[in-house]
Design a protein around this ligand. Structure first.
Ligand SMILES: *Cc1c(COP(=O)(O)O)cnc(C)c1O
Length: 417
């Protein structure tokens, strides 16, 4: 079966008690057993069953099963947010003294997690230009334990050369972690290009409507956890086999960190998945039309959309994303004042810190998401002061263009006191 069918039917078919076709929301903390011996067996993972929702929950399981199918993985753990997914994956793999090689130009929250928070535990990160895989290779040291990429970096919109980077990761024996939030499994399966772990913020396109926060971690089954780099995970493999990493995560790290998904949220994510393929087609279509419009507009200083033939990542986006280049684009009208006037004049697009909503969203990254970084750091991350980030929504493309057109016109009128 193909993605559209699996996104609607996989992971859950119908509720065994009443036949409900939508997944029941199991709003329960814990699960009772008739005998002490039975609970003990489930506790010790000698029998299947649920114990406590922080560790596992039937509604969350339905989402996890579906996400694992959609990314062709061995399993999945749903989490409270995208950040909690990334944090749990990092804590599961890293110890004090370890080193991360990460793509530059990625999500600000992830940069801060690596640079500000994990650094407090003596975990160092080198940010490199993922468009130049040789920089990744050069940054690897004895201490490196993983390589971290985004499928399209948010907001620099770099498309990594997955094949070359995976070859580097394989040669070094390192797991390759890909945050696939921006492309989603409807467009891209990182595991097909060698990624070992895929992480998501499901708050974005998977939810699709800006109504719930969630995340997910998927093991694609590509990595050999017995290769000596992660001995505590390898030990799990003796009982859990290919589920070694996810067992280590669920029964230790995720359990201890406590960032579990809320069952009602998992319900919303499952609903979102059912229309994901349809929505991503429309998101990409609208983004391309808007990008073409902005490219031809005399007031636009620059436009960055990997789906435009002039873009330096056009070939990569064609190769890896089957001609779709996502919903995100960035552009500049020149400087922060113009950007502010443009944003203030928009009538349809919302000015807010999110992506992946049915609504078109804009933000001025330099003074919001990246305000905590210095001007020099922002420059390194590719955050220009005039940059406006757009997450193109599902509205009529003509209406979006008309909204941008009138706002660009207004942004040019200098306000005389
Ligand atoms: C939003 C986002 C995250 C963080 O997800 P939350 O659900 O907000 O915690 C991580 N990575 C990317 C690419 C994102 O866009």
């Amino acid at each position: 079966m193909d993605f559209e069918t699996l996104s609607i039917h996989s992971g859950f078919s119908s509720d065994p008690v009443n036949g409900a076709t939508a997944v029941p929301i199991y709003n329960t903390v814990s699960y009772s057993y008739d005998s002490a011996a039975e609970l003990a067996r489930v506790f010790q993972a000698r029998a299947p069953g649920y114990v406590y929702t922080r560790i596992a929950n039937p509604t969350n399981s339905a989402l996890e099963n579906r996400l694992a199918v959609l990314d062709e993985g061995v399993g999945c753990i749903a989490t409270a947010s995208g950040m909690s997914a990334i944090t749990a994956a990092m804590v599961a793999l890293l110890r004090s003294g370890d080193h991360i090689v990460a793509a530059g130009g990625i999500f600000g929250g992830t940069v801060s997690l690596f640079d500000n928070t994990l650094s407090r535990f003596n975990i160092r990160t080198s940010f490199v230009d993922a468009a130049q895989p040789e920089q990744i290779e050069a940054a690897i040291t004895e201490e490196t334990r993983l390589i971290f990429l985004e499928s399209i970096g948010n907001p620099r919109l770099d498309v990594p050369d997955f094949e070359r980077i995976n070859a580097i990761a394989e040669k070094a024996g390192l797991p390759l972690i890909v945050d696939n939030t921006v492309m989603t499994p409807a467009i891209f399966n990182p595991g097909r290009y060698g990624a070992d772990i895929v992480v998501y913020s499901t708050s974005k396109f998977i939810n699709g409507h800006g109504t719930a926060i969630g995340g997910a971690i998927i093991d694609t089954g590509n990595y050999d956890w017995k290769n000596g780099l992660f001995p505590d995970i390898a030990v799990r493999g003796e009982r859990a086999g290919p589920m070694a990493f996810l067992s280590h995560l669920r029964n230790l790290i995720h359990r201890d960190l406590g960032g579990c998904a809320a069952p009602a949220t998992s319900f919303a994510m499952l609903e979102g998945l059912g229309t994901l393929a349809l929505r991503m087609d429309r998101h990409c279509h609208n983004a391309r039309i808007l990008a073409e419009y902005l490219q031809g507009h005399p007031s636009v200083k620059w436009i960055n959309y990997p789906g435009l033939p002039k873009n330096r990542f056009y070939d990569a986006s064609q190769k890896y994303f089957n001609g779709k280049a996502g919903a995100l684009l960035t552009f500049s009208l020149g400087g922060i004042e113009r950007a502010y006037r443009f944003i203030d004049a928009l009538k349809i697009a919302k000015n807010l810190a999110n992506i992946g909503d049915a609504k078109t969203l804009v933000i001025h990254p330099a003074s919001t998401i990246f305000a905590e970084f210095s001007a020099a750091e922002r420059e390194k991350m590719g955050i220009d002061d005039g940059m406006i980030r757009v997450s193109t929504g599902l509205e009529n493309a003509g209406d979006i263009i008309n909204d941008f057109k009138q706002a660009i016109e207004k942004s040019q009128k200098t306000q005389k006191k």
